[in-house]
Design a protein around this ligand. Structure first.
Ligand code: DX5
Ligand code: ZN
Length: 217
């Protein structure tokens, strides 16, 4: 099956954001991926509520919001108000992950859980029938444009097997260093959603790259 494509707006041109939003609207992309960083959970600060709201006002596709923040449960309802459709929190940032998953679902969003590259996939088994999506980080979170960690392919395959074993319907999203050189292998391993930032926005013809990523089977 063709993957869903979620361009990461972290790599967009913030001086001409409307143009890049329009490009994604017109492209074969499925979602907008928005990276929220707090400078505590990750060593970088990206952007916050006003930008999410602004993108929502122009975007014609769902907003896939990736929270790289501590205590994400404090902001679930705010992100819903700002227009998030899918809200992903980090496994490492949640003391009461099961509760936070249901907080997101009760706020009428799809609930995602992200794993850092070192976090054992096996730690998800007890919530795999509760989450709507698992995000496998294929770089250490915090920055766009980093190199893909090869081991992520095994992690995607391991997660896919866990999903099958538990008859879960959860999607697998992969984020970090995704490009045309690894997209096929990721889909073969079981990825359902590909996030890509620099691979799309650094190119002359981003729409064409999105189509090529989308056409991977
Ligand atoms: C990294 C972010 C990613 C990032 C992806 O912490 O979660 O979404 O923007 O950017 P690329 O595709 O350039 O690695
Ligand atoms: Zn992300």
């Amino acid at each position: 099956m063709n993957p869903l494509i979620s361009p990461s707006m972290l790599s967009a041109d913030f001086c001409h954001l409307a143009k890049d939003i329009q490009m994604v609207n017109e492209s074969a992309a499925d979602w907008f991926h928005l990276d929220i960083m707090d400078g505590v959970f990750v060593p970088n600060i990206s952007y916050g509520m006003p930008l999410v709201k602004a993108i929502r006002s122009q975007a014609e596709k769902p907003l896939d919001v990736h929270l790289m923040i501590v205590q994400p449960e404090r902001y679930v309802e705010r992100f819903k108000e700002m227009g998030a459709d899918i809200l992903t929190v980090h496994w490492e940032a949640c003391t009461h992950l099961h509760r936070t998953i249901y907080q997101i679902k009760n706020a009428d969003m799809l609930a995602g859980v992200a794993l850092n590259p070192h976090t054992p996939v096996a730690g998800l088994e007890d919530v795999i029938n509760d989450v709507d999506m698992v995000l496998i980080m294929s770089v250490n979170p915090g920055f766009g444009g980093q190199r893909f960690i090869e081991r992520s392919l095994h992690r995607v395959a391991e997660l896919k097997e866990m999903i099958r074993r538990n008859k879960s319907e959860c999607l697998i999203e992969v984020d970090g260093g995704v490009d045309l050189s690894n997209a096929q292998a990721l889909v073969d391993a079981g990825a359902d959603v590909l996030v890509a930032g620099s691979a799309i926005f650094s190119k002359e013809n981003p729409k064409e790259i999105i189509s090529q990523l989308k056409n991977v089977k």
